[in-house]
Ligand binder design. Structure first.
Ligand code: HEC
Ligand code: HEC
Length: 327
């Protein structure tokens, strides 16, 4: 999986003092141009033509997915739950480090470890329809799939990795740390329960078509093996986006440790079951993510350690073997 690690304030300090030389010039400081946080254009800039209408329909589908495609959907009943894409891809996939679509369209087709195959953008959309939404794939040539993919393309049209930052997620620092579901329970009580509820089932809206507060576990939540079910990924989402969408890169509320612990609490299958399909994911164990909860693995580490860390030794195993660390 491609990961983009970018420094928000990239600055280079060039020190021109050779050890042992007599040069005494002051250090030269050359600042690289700062990359900007990407701004998605307003939908009002879209024309009322075929493309504009398609993008706008795609945006409505991402925002009100369950209303259109949910178990009681007015267009189809592909989804197995009432979550919306925007519950995770915040602000319809436009929030910096909030699982946005800034660079998604330009990076597909790409190799995906889960299938050990090259997937198109539409295939990847269907991954989320099947796993977090516990549903049946959309027809690849359907009006809905075309609209969603058009919307994702539009969101990232002006995103340029040479100029912009903010794509996808910012990873928590997990080196030296592991995640403890027990400690996570305390974090949940303090920071999450008020919205997602004591039983983690969230709260439906007034007409019960979708969620005001989406569920975090149980039969109506995302499946085991979804990306959000992985502790490192979930912690990275949570740290910079929760509690409440007001948390951000500049103003996180939780520490890395708290984010890891609460992600472990939510995703611990022994206390919080969730839909458990029988996909045959990651057929190539060499490219399996280090935080995937289920074996087989090529390394000798337990499922418990893969799920909750510490991940340092696991990571070292792959590095020593000259393999890519997938996460
Ligand atoms: C003030 C209310 C509020 C609090 C407190 C809150 N959340 Fe959320 N959370 C939301 C809303 C609303 C969404 C969906 C965002 C949207 O649709 O725009 C969400 C989405 C999520 C999601 C992705 C969707 C899902 O259901 O899987 C996760 C994971 C999550 N929250 C975890 C947490 C954790 C962990 C905490 C505590 C650290 C927390 N939230 C605290 C309101 C809240
Ligand atoms: C429970 C949370 C959740 C829901 C709901 C969800 N997704 Fe996702 N989605 C994720 C996570 C987590 C990833 C993985 C991102 C990563 O690998 O960094 C992802 C990845 C994607 C990607 C690939 C993005 C990229 O740049 O690589 C696309 C496209 C996508 N989702 C579309 C959708 C669509 C469309 C919907 C609604 C039909 C949806 N998702 C619903 C959590 C969710």
């Amino acid at each position: 999986m491609k990961r983009v690690f970018l420094l928000l304030f990239a600055g280079t300090v060039l020190l021109s003092c050779d050890v042992g030389s007599k040069r005494t010039e002051a250090p030269k400081i050359t600042a690289k141009p700062e990359k900007e946080l990407f701004q998605v254009p307003d939908t009002s800039t879209l024309k009322d033509d075929e493309w504009g209408r398609q993008v706008k329909y795609g945006r409505r589908l991402v925002q009100n997915t369950a209303y259109y495609l949910g178990p009681d959907g007015i267009v189809s009943k592909n989804l197995g739950n009432k979550m919306n894409c925007t519950n995770c891809h915040l602000n319809s996939g436009t929030k910096p480090y909030g699982l946005n679509f800034f660079n998604s369209h330009k990076t597909y087709p790409q190799y995906r470890a889960r299938e050990d195959a090259i997937l198109t953008m539409s295939d990847r959309v269907n991954n989320c329809v099947e796993r977090p939404h516990n549903g049946k794939p959309l027809k690849l040539d359907s009006r809905e799939m075309n609209a969603i993919v058009s919307y994702i393309k539009w969101v990232g049209e002006n995103y340029d990795t040479a100029k912009h930052v903010g794509y996808s997620l910012k990873y928590v620092k997990y080196h030296g740390l592991s995640a403890d579901p027990k400690r996570g329970e305390a974090v949940y009580t303090t920071h999450c329960k008020s919205c997602h509820q004591e039983d983690g089932q969230g709260q439906l809206n007034g007409d019960k078509t979708m969620y005001t507060y989406p569920p975090l576990w149980g039969p109506k939540s995302y499946q085991e093996g979804s990306s959000m079910h992985r502790v490192l990924k979930a912690a990275s989402f949570i740290k910079y986006n929760m509690p409440d969408k007001k948390a951000s890169l500049e103003s996180p509320v939780l520490t890395d440790q708290e984010a890891l612990d609460v992600a472990a609490f939510i995703n611990d299958g022994s206390i919080h079951p969730r839909p458990n399909p029988t996909h045959h994911d990651y057929p190539n164990t060499q490219t399996k993510p280090i935080d995937y909860f289920k074996g087989p693995y090529i390394d000798g580490f337990s499922e418990e350690q893969h799920a909750f860390g510490p991940w340092d030794e696991i990571e070292k195993y792959y590095v020593d073997k000259g393999l890519k660390v997938n996460k």
